[in-house]
Design a protein around this ligand. Sequence first.
Ligand SMILES: [Zn+2]
Length: 517
Amino acid sequence: MTPEIQKPISGTTPEDAAAIILLRADTDKANPEVFWVQRSERMAFLGGFHAFAGGQRDVSDAETQVENCEDAERAAMIACAARELFEELRVLVARGAETLTKGQRASLLDDLESARMTFPELLKHYGLHLDAKDFTFVGRWVTPPFSPRRFDTLFFIVNCPAKQEPIVTGDAELSSGEWIEAREAVARWRRSEVLIVPPMLHALETLAGGLTDDLVERFLSVPQAHGEPVRRIEFRPGFICFPVRTPTKPPATHTNCYIVGSNEIVIMDPASPYKEEQDALASCIDDLLKEGRKVREIILTHLHPDHVAGVGALNEYFGGSLRVAAHRLTAEALDGTVHVDRFIEDEELINLKGEPHIQLRALHTPGHARGHLCFYEAQTGALITGDNIVGLGSVLIDPPEGNMRDYLASLERLRALPHLTVLFGAHGPAIGSARAKIEEYINHRLEREANILKAVREGAGEVKEIVARVYTDVHPKALPMAERAVLAHLEKLEADNLIAKRDDGCYVANDDNPSTS
Ligand SMILES: [Zn+2]
């Protein structure tokens, strides 16, 4: 069967990929064991997430012969799955491979990895072939358009050959891998111990129901398994990410609205000004209400239009019954456009009833905006970072609303939180390598600050001049934004007493011994 695929609404074009749901040989049919891997924390995309083996289509995949497969596209994706499975986990699922010794398989892998042979050449050379019967298609999922990288992924169930054992070498991409009972994997997700993407959760929950006769039907029972875009993303239980399309800063095209709580819920940043997106969010909330949840209030992380533009529409949809909460400074700035009913103070605890009970601690973290709030859940180490840290694009500090000194102090405060496992930013996917990401942000700003200080010490006194020296690879269109960012750094350096602004508007270093290094 070839499922219909819907065209993505916007964002980058998805790349073809295959994922392999590898089942242990002779596994218990009632509670099968599946092989999952953990992506390296160093990976920019979904670092630290648990996943199945898999990867992108290679040009050679279309040349691989696949028996019992009429459809050339499907055959190429089966070839992709088989190749990725061999490359990532060293498991070779090919007819004829059962007679190969472990040493022979290693030598084949070496041929492939050293590019002496492509995968189809290798199969041919050793008299092996792929058979579509060994790869059960169980869904086609498309990464939502909010992501910097997008995949159009075909999922296949594959039984691990009895004499082979998957191995993760701990390379740059994967840090570990293990067999796990499907039910235990789901339980670990429910206990907030792992991060997984929606197709993975769906696969594990389906497998947890056992290897029944209708297994494939159950896999294909949701529209998202036929390429329909995923809207409601639950990276962690009780933290639903619902990206909505907004006129935000490129490369981002969406803002993440977070719906937090297991029974009592808060809706953070209903962001979209577009009717169809507002309707989609309202219908998601409606579904949650039907599941028995209750809305406590709408919460705004900060004042920017790409975060608050959907407040009015959502409230109207619910007959004006929703209360809006934000920091006092956000409320004052939005006065006349968005009505705020209640102020959220720094360190306020928001207790959301339900199982699991979720307690959010509000953190006033100015810098990107004066009234910016982040929300910390100490139990599971989840941090909602708003626009202070994002999974896609960069954070603009634009004075006077933006303040670089405050921003760095806010980042330091976030870094000092005792238990951090995931960052939920306002744009892009969740970030599994939480503390490393905060450190990367701090280091990036300090490095830029050092470069700007050096430029001033070397005699660059005007903002444009400094931009030209510090931002050497910036697109002309981005220059005005670079100028705002440099201005923010200059204000901080001035406040730190390292430079001074002369009456003519030019900046000079306060240092008596200017460095020329
Ligand atoms: Zn913002």
